[in-house]
Design a protein around this ligand. Sequence first.
Ligand SMILES: Nc1ncnc2c1ncn2[C@@H]1O[C@H](COP(=O)(O)OP(=O)(O)OP(=O)(O)O)[C@@H](O)[C@H]1O
Ligand SMILES: [Mg+2]
Length: 316
Amino acid sequence: MTEDPSPGQPIPPQVPRVWAVGGGKGGVGKSVVATNLGVAVARLGLRCVLVDADLGGANLHTMLGVSAKKGLASIFNHESASLNDILIPTGIANLHLVSGAQALLDMANPKHAQKLKLLRQLFAIDADIILIDLSAGSSFNVIDFFNAAHDPIMVVAPTPTSIENAYHFLNAALHRRFMQAVAKAEVTELAKKALADKNANGLHSPRELLRYLCHEHPDAGSAIGSMMAGVRPKLIVNQVRREEDMHLGDQIAYACHDFYGVKLEYLGGLRSDDRVVSSILDRKPLQATQPACQFSTVIEGIAMRLINRDREAQHG
Ligand SMILES: Nc1ncnc2c1ncn2[C@@H]1O[C@H](COP(=O)(O)OP(=O)(O)OP(=O)(O)O)[C@@H](O)[C@H]1O
Ligand SMILES: [Mg+2]
């Protein structure tokens, strides 16, 4: 771990923390956000590893301007034993990349055992913050990486289609969490029965189902309640053009709490900025070349907030 941070520098977490950036829609800016957040974390003095888990469309190496000879594929092929062996320096102090390039087509849909192996390896990377960039969509593979992270971060753009996909993504992620909690509390049958006749039982949301389970089986209900209370998805709205869209995050957070009883934290809005597009053409993250611009300042603020959240989580 990083030692003796200077005054004003954040203190690294005691154990590595995993952040995952996802969101249903393609092209909303997940990779832009992940890359620039990674640079921000590194600039704050914490050791960060960016992991490109978009095996069908890896492009973090391009955004960082590095060549990716070895990547996640070599773990699937058993060419490399550990992700720690394939860290690529990015030219930015404290920042390394695990590339998703060179992956074969079938690697985008790993089998269950491969997925578990990869998850174990991700949590064993030698860094302070491990930041995973996920692919678009709401498949179980994407959702499982999103849900496994300490800080699952959803990126949404303020367009009707992106918002629609974001709700679908959130629904898929929270439903999977909820049903896993139900299974752990050993009340799957009770939940299934209640859902089979949900209209008669007046169940229109997972929140109401939880209330029902608490009534029918208080111990299981409170166990599920505490498991779901620990779920804290985060949200970033990207490519904002209209002032009113800065409030979109609050609306999604409200809907999430109303439907699931889950507190979603809105981390902030990022404006649409031509410099972001130029930075991709130049293959140099904006956070590295123009750390004082508005986009970079907001990203740095979000990185600080997440690091502080991680410290609060570790210290209870
Ligand atoms: N804040 C921004 N301002 C201007 N343009 C942006 C911004 N964020 C993203 N973009 C544009 O959106 C494009 C897509 O971004 P990015 O590749 O990060 O999306 P993605 O969600 O990772 O896509 P995919 O689902 O295909 O992985 C970028 O190439 C850039 O042109
Ligand atoms: Mg991407």
